[in-house]
Design a protein around this ligand. Sequence first.
Ligand code: IPM
Ligand code: MG
Length: 361
Amino acid sequence: MTQHYRITLLPGDGIGPEIMAVAVDVLQVIAKQFDIQFEFKECLMGGAAIDATGEPLPAETLETCRNSDAVLLAAIGGYKWDNLPRHQRPETGLLGLRAGLDLFANLRPAKILPQLIDASSLKREVVEGVDIMVVRELTGGIYFGKPRGIFETETGEKRGVNTMAYTVSEIDRIGRVAFETARKRGGKLCSVDKSNVLEVSQLWRDRITELSKEYQDIELSHLYVDNAAMQLLRWPKQFDTIVTGNLFGDILSDAAAMLTGSIGMLPSASLGASGPGVFEPVHGSAPDIAGLDKANPLAQVLSAAMMLRYGLDQPAAADKIEQAVLKVLDKGDRTGDLMSAGMNLLGCRAMGDSLIKALED
Ligand code: IPM
Ligand code: MG
């Protein structure tokens, strides 16, 4: 029976529309091959939405996302909107989308592909075989904690305030996702915090330790965030699954991404307890190369694969896309960010064509 899915597309800004076009082409081919029917609906988000409506996340966009089976997002932001007040910035739209869909779990895989080892800035023996999943808490912590703001003290001096806070239930729900994720992978979980200084981290560590009693098959370790950053660069192969809060996860997932050589290769999934997930590349909107047909569409395409795997329960279709990506890399096809001597330099669209050929072969 044909499976029918409603997908909201948020191409956003910068290179977003170019890489989204490639992902949609790939999904159309997959649809035919796996008896799937996609109903795509494109909505405004980020700078494009600010220009059209004055807001980074129009109510209509959030409503359409809520009523879909999954959301595929490209990238948002750019120089043009950098100086707007906070509530009008593209990033605020992204945070609103995460909060509005209650997407508390962000999965960011950083897996080094053998074809791209030389693109890493670290030595081959350090990165060969790296396969890490960062599970980042996404709707709590210092990104959302109150009080927040810039206030005036009694002496009239300005004081900026944010609050890092986690409740037991917030820690437990992300903890469970992390233990379950580790179970499907290498069976090792490293929880990252700053419990030598922060009470919020002490509670985090206590809860994760308590939860581990229910997951006796998972090998749990704890690291302070500064040490974790160092260990990621020193010997990344010690990590399998990492779980951490919103801010530490933001930072460590960029570091983990770069182990693989290019942030242009990495997808991510943001999931809630139920309802649609949001699938998006880890990289940004790269306004400097927007519209030049130079962008690497592979992270977007791999995000579509994550959507099939984690959002729509179509693992075979996800496998097929991931294999096509490996095939084009095996052939030597590279966008500029991955380019090295002897490889074929392709633009964004040509990379898309090559992927379609690989899927149809
Ligand atoms: C990310 C980004 C966002 C974040 C920004 C754009 C708000 O850096 O998804 O990692 O900080 O979460
Ligand atoms: Mg980030």
